[in-house]
Design a protein around this ligand. Structure first.
Ligand code: SF4
Length: 389
């Protein structure tokens, strides 16, 4: 079939078969797709070809027709059956008219070339009259965009060829090896665990050295007070972790993701309580611990709440009288402000109460339900009497 389809392009348009040497041509149902050999050949047997390749031919009735995308991408190689269309003629074609052309190509498909540059797609010639074969959607929205003729963007198709639109089945799952796939669907980010955002100069040097050595695209300070290394190749992930000698931060999954902590009495002149010490304790106990949904914690040394307590699932605020425990905050698309559960707590009592809250949460929440959502479902009074006993 490859020879037949590519042979047609050669015979009709003069597009040489050699132009497709770097591509596989794979059939699926009534279509044939081009897939770049070098980029994805290793995983090709596990790919959905409809999503990973570019549709190049499709069966229409008894015939197989090249697609507009194929012609836009390879049409510039054609040496015959190619017609330049002026703006006025194009307007008539778009309107559905047949227009006369004087060509020796005989009956059949023609490549439509825009007079202002670029290959538009296919037309069909019959009895000296030409009509467009462009997809209706492109005729409507693309051809006269803001009064200018559409110029097919070859670069975007070339990018498409070198970058499959779906993840390969054998790519790392988010969180596997502490890595998260990035928008380019090729590289990963990792975010080493930095308890309460406290980091030494030595650790920063290690991060900087590894980032340079493995050509990271960026180092990004995250909202969880970590430093993410962005743009790491899959084959480098193990090497980067070995170089750093650090544990991954819990950046994905249904678990305690982070404990955000202000400097507290260790550094801040306004602080009433030692938020760093308590935050470190919470991090030690809960970081990465699984719960029905992701869970965020915060500890602030005074009522300025620099650790954003109002949008944390569980948080402590330092006051002269002790710790205030707040629960049920979250900062998603539908934010919920945290409720005050208890005030005037010692550090020991605060940790015990947090344990009760989280034990109750684990036993009573639905999967994916944040603490605030659970509290709203069962009622704050019911929740409070359950955890205050
Ligand atoms: S919350 Fe209070 S103690 Fe903590 S950093 Fe802000 S002002 Fe300082």
């Amino acid at each position: 079939m490859r020879r037949r389809l590519l042979g047609f392009l050669d015979e009709r348009f003069g597009i040489p078969e050699a132009a497709f040497d770097g591509f596989l041509l794979l059939g699926s149902r009534r279509s044939w797709f081009l897939l770049q050999r070098s980029a994805v050949i290793a995983g090709a047997v596990r790919l959905k070809i409809e999503q990973a390749g570019l549709k190049a031919f499709q069966q229409v009735g008894a015939f197989v027709k090249p697609t507009t995308r194929l012609i836009q991408l390879f049409g510039h190689l054609a040496t015959r059956a190619r017609v330049v269309v002026e703006r006025e003629a194009l307007a008539r074609l778009v309107a559905g008219e047949w227009i006369p052309v004087d060509l020796p190509a005989g009956q059949g498909y023609l490549i439509l070339e825009c007079a202002e540059g670029g290959i538009l797609g296919l037309g069909f010639l019959k009895d000296g009259l030409l009509r467009t074969q462009l997809p209706k959607k492109e005729l409507r929205v693309g051809m006269f965009d803001r009064g200018a003729m559409m110029r097919p963007d070859r670069a975007s198709f070339i990018r498409f060829f070198s970058m499959p639109s779906t993840r390969r089945d054998n790519m790392l799952k988010d969180g596997e090896k502490g890595a998260i796939l990035q928008r380019d669907k090729e590289t990963y980010a990792i975010a080493p665990h930095m308890p309460c955002g406290v980091v030494t100069p030595e650790t920063l040097r290690k991060l900087a050295d590894a980032a340079e050595k493995f050509n990271c695209a960026a180092l990004k300070v995250t909202s969880a007070a970590r430093i993410a290394m962005v743009g790491i190749k899959e084959e480098d992930i193990d090497k980067v972790w070995a170089e750093l000698g650090m544990a991954p931060g819990a950046a994905v999954g249904l678990c305690v993701r982070s404990v955000k902590v202000c400097p507290g009495t260790t550094f801040c002149k306004l602080a009433q309580q030692d938020s760093l010490a308590v935050g470190m304790k919470l991090d030690e106990i809960y970081h990465g611990m699984e719960f029905p949904s992701k869970t965020k914690m915060g500890v602030s040394g005074c009522n300025n709440q620099c650790a954003e307590n109002c949008i944390k699932d569980v948080s402590l605020v330092g006051k002269k009288s002790g710790w205030t425990l707040m629960v049920g905050g979250c900062g998603t698309g539908k934010p919920r402000l945290a409720d005050v559960l208890e005030e005037g707590l010692s550090t020991e009592d605060a940790l015990k109460r947090i344990d009760k809250v989280l034990t109750y949460y684990r036993a009573n929440a639905n999967k994916g339900e944040r603490i605030g959502k659970m509290v709203d479902r069962i009622g704050f009074d019911a929740f409070r009497s359950a955890v205050m006993g």
